[in-house]
Design a protein around this ligand. Structure first.
Ligand SMILES: [Zn+2]
Length: 447
């Protein structure tokens, strides 16, 4: 680079630092190439193929060539196996007896899973659900539960957007990461769940098993309905995606959501991540919820403008999605997964009793932050914000330390966090110091 070019770059870096006090990461060209390698034509081909199975309903044919859930899951498995010899691909299988309103008979459920082993066992997931469902022919979108026959598994249900789009994204990211040649610190998991439409069944069983086996699931990026750019009201938005995360405001899922937005801003700047501070859309749910309920951080990506008239219906077909839009959403996921997969794990900011290591020393009016060193961290960055603000407002690099003092910054008035960075500047999710709840102490009275 010329001297003038270098000067321009440093001026730009300074401007960015001013404009984005919390977004001080610099881009890694390897991640840039990985993000660029997400293929729009391949995403289109995968969607066409998923549509071709006619239905992927949990109770559709398990063994008919070319049609139904059996053919679909076998194709997904083989497609991921073909993508890269580095991927460990297999079914995650459960036998489920008839139960509830929607599981109308005994069934074998298979999630399809590809694992890219990292240097450490901690896991980052990207997910979608490959099963589909459709209302009975002629049933109104507002008919509710009566519009479905949960035993009619062979009715047409192409499910291209719900959730062929998330499934295609998962399959394509498995290829992109498997072929990237990058060695990640985290173990990366690409998973297509089944039984989502029957009540998050595949995701619940997987999350339950992960908790029981103490598998360190650090993050779940769940993609469900991420392919349509135009809403049912005719409004188009192909330049943003919504990311939903459960509260409270400094929950691990909210911290993950903020990290997704940071990565997107760095690597897919033309695409806006709109963070939504609720677990999912109003009155609705998705597979990330199953992970949240088992104590794992997980967020949901959904298109900016939904077309409710094209969900759970035979019209959820290829014509209803925008492959360029899906491609941008896939790139956002790729950027977040790559950054978090290369970064050290987020530092622990609590003591062995779970109490935040935040004090007022040395003056009694300072903010004194302590944390535990993260494996392979080269330095840390401390964040703070007013306690009535959702986004980090201040950031300070603190080198390779495990404590920092912010003189005269009140720990009552601000929220604090710390992130770990590796030598190349890949930054972890920010660990926040959460104000502990007050225990309720009952008062005795004399009768
Ligand atoms: Zn769905």
């Amino acid at each position: 680079m010329s001297i003038a070019g270098r000067r321009a770059a440093s001026v730009l870096a300074a401007l960015l630092a001013v404009a984005l006090p919390a977004g001080a990461q610099t881009a890694d060209p390897r991640i840039g190439r990985l993000v660029d390698s997400v293929s729009e034509p391949r995403l289109g081909e995968i969607l066409r193929r998923l549509e071709s199975f006619g239905t992927r309903h949990l109770f559709s044919a398990p063994d008919t060539p070319g049609r139904g859930i059996g053919a679909a899951r076998q194709w997904i498995l083989e497609e991921m196996q073909r993508s890269s010899p580095r991927l460990q691909v297999g079914f995650d299988t459960y036998r489920i007896p008839k139960q509830g309103e929607r599981i109308t008979r005994d069934v074998e459920l298979r999630n399809v899973m590809a694992v890219l082993p990292g240097r450490s066992p901690r896991r980052i997931y990207v997910s979608g659900h490959y099963d589909s469902v459709a209302r009975l022919p002629g049933a109104s979108p507002t008919a509710g539960a009566s519009a479905f026959d949960w035993s009619a598994g062979d009715n047409p249900a192409p499910g291209v957007n719900d959730d062929g789009s998330g499934t295609a994204l998962v399959i394509e990211l498995a290829r992109v990461f498997g072929q990237s040649g990058i060695d990640f610190d985290a173990t990366l998991v690409f998973i297509a769940f089944a039984g989502e439409e029957e009540g998050l069944v595949g995701a619940k069983l997987h999350a339950q098993k992960a908790e029981a086996e103490k598998i360190p699931v650090e993050a779940v990026l769940n993609n469900d309905i991420v392919g349509g750019a135009t809403g049912g009201n005719g409004v188009t938005d192909g330049a943003s995606v919504r990311v939903f995360s459960e509260g409270p405001e400094d929950s691990p899922s909210r911290a993950l959501a903020r990290a997704v937005r940071e990565a997107a801003a760095l690597y897919v700047p033309s695409h806006t991540v709109r963070l939504i501070a609720r677990h999912d859309r109003f009155g609705r749910g998705g597979d990330h919820t199953a992970f949240n309920q088992h104590g794992f951080a997980g967020v949901r990506f959904t298109e900016s403008k939904e077309n409710f008239a094209r969900q759970h219906i035979v019209d959820d077909n290829f014509e209803g999605v925008s492959v360029p839009y899906l491609t941008r959403n896939a790139r956002v996921n790729a950027a977040a997964m790559a950054v978090l997969g290369l970064a050290p794990p987020a530092p622990s900011v609590v003591d062995d009793k779970g109490r935040p290591r935040l004090g007022r020393q040395p003056s009694g009016y300072d903010a004194h932050l302590e944390w535990s060193a993260s494996p392979h961290a080269a330095r840390y960055r401390v964040y703070w914000r007013e306690a009535w603000s959702p986004d980090w407002q201040h950031a300070r690099a603190v080198g390779n330390a495990t404590e920092a003092v912010l003189p005269n910054v009140s720990i009552d008035d601000f929220v604090f966090g710390v992130a770990a960075l590796d030598a190349d500047g890949h930054e972890s999710v920010v660990s926040a110091y959460v104000n502990p709840p007050r225990p309720e102490v009952p008062i005795k009275t004399v009768p």
